[in-house]
Write a protein that binds this ligand. Structure first.
Ligand code: NGS
Length: 287
């Protein structure tokens, strides 16, 4: 009897947390840029992903609950290539994850990436809890699955070595491309600035926020933090980016998550497709 009850106790005590080093990682990953896959085919490869783009390891409890946020507009092919590429990697990393595509709607010519990240972060947390957020450009494809999409105690810059820059970091302060922040750090930083539009600067502004909050950035080794960038026509440059950066320090306390309600946008719909949750955000045309 004693033996039976101690066995039962042991059963309850079993630690089923996923291993720190997931056993199925392959290291280098093939990146296929040749043609965009048909999304229906990608779906068939991922019947275990639940609607909304959610998955969690079936045989162990994930160590990390991760939301992948992808701001997006007008790049369907890139999105399909991205989705085809990212799901198998996140699975092999044994993450409990959700993929979110935050699409800008409306005729506004500029793309408001920082605003979209803040809206995405806020919307996502209304329905699910996540401890970790990945901020991911849609045009970057990871080349080595040992580059982990899970938060540690410090903010992390993952896209260290991009083919476009000959696999070297262009400058030490770069915090764009693919980054990881815990939900609480993102809140502490007041998210991204809502004021940057078009290409350039929003990520440098985030770097300054981290600097002022004395949050140290960590980076994985460049041998694993490798990405291929998909080519596209350059989005419109933001002519105000340097002057905005000059005032970053005075603004970050009141420009970000905490003044989203003052911004001219509207969440039009939140729709769960098979491989991702789509958040449509109408951004009014600026005068
Ligand atoms: C800097 C931009 C960043 C940008 C980085 C890399 O010059 O926003 O290049 O860009 N800063 C300013 O323009 C102030 S990349 O070629 O990877 O798109 O992230």
């Amino acid at each position: 009897l004693l033996l039976a009850s101690s066995l039962r106790w042991k059963d309850r005590d079993v630690d089923d947390t996923c291993p720190v080093d997931p056993p199925n990682l392959t290291g280098p990953v093939n990146v296929n840029l040749q043609e965009a896959p048909v999304l229906g085919d990608v779906s068939m490869d991922h019947l275990d992903v639940t609607f909304g783009g959610y998955w969690r390891p079936p045989n162990c409890t994930a160590r990390h609950k991760v939301a992948v946020l992808v701001p997006y507009r007008d790049r369907r092919e890139h999105l399909h290539i991205f989705l085809n590429h990212i799901h198998p990697i996140l699975k092999r990393q044994l993450l409990d994850y959700g993929v979110y595509v935050i699409e800008q709607y409306g005729d506004e010519p500029m793309f408001w990436k920082g605003l979209l990240y803040n809206v995405g972060f806020t919307e996502v947390l209304k329905n699910r809890s996540y401890d970790c957020f990945v901020f991911h450009d849609v045009d970057l494809l990871l080349e080595d699955d040992r580059n982990k999409y899970s938060c540690s105690s410090s903010p992390r810059h993952l896209s260290v070595a991009i083919d476009k820059f000959n696999y070297t970091l262009p400058y030490k302060q770069l915090f764009g491309g693919v980054t990881l922040l815990s939900a609480s750090h993102y809140q502490t930083l007041n998210g991204y600035s809502n004021l940057y539009c078009g290409w350039g600067g929003a990520d440098d502004d985030m770097y300054l926020r981290l600097f002022h909050k004395k949050l140290k950035i960590t980076r994985p080794d460049k041998t694993v933090a490798r990405y291929k960038m998909m080519r596209h026509d350059q989005t419109k440059l933001n002519p105000y980016r340097f002057s905005l950066l000059k005032t970053s320090q005075d603004r970050y306390g009141h420009d970000g998550l905490n003044n989203l309600h003052d911004m001219d946008y509207q969440v039009v719909s939140v729709h769960q497709y098979h491989l991702y949750t789509h958040i449509a955000v109408f951004v009014a045309t600026r005068k």
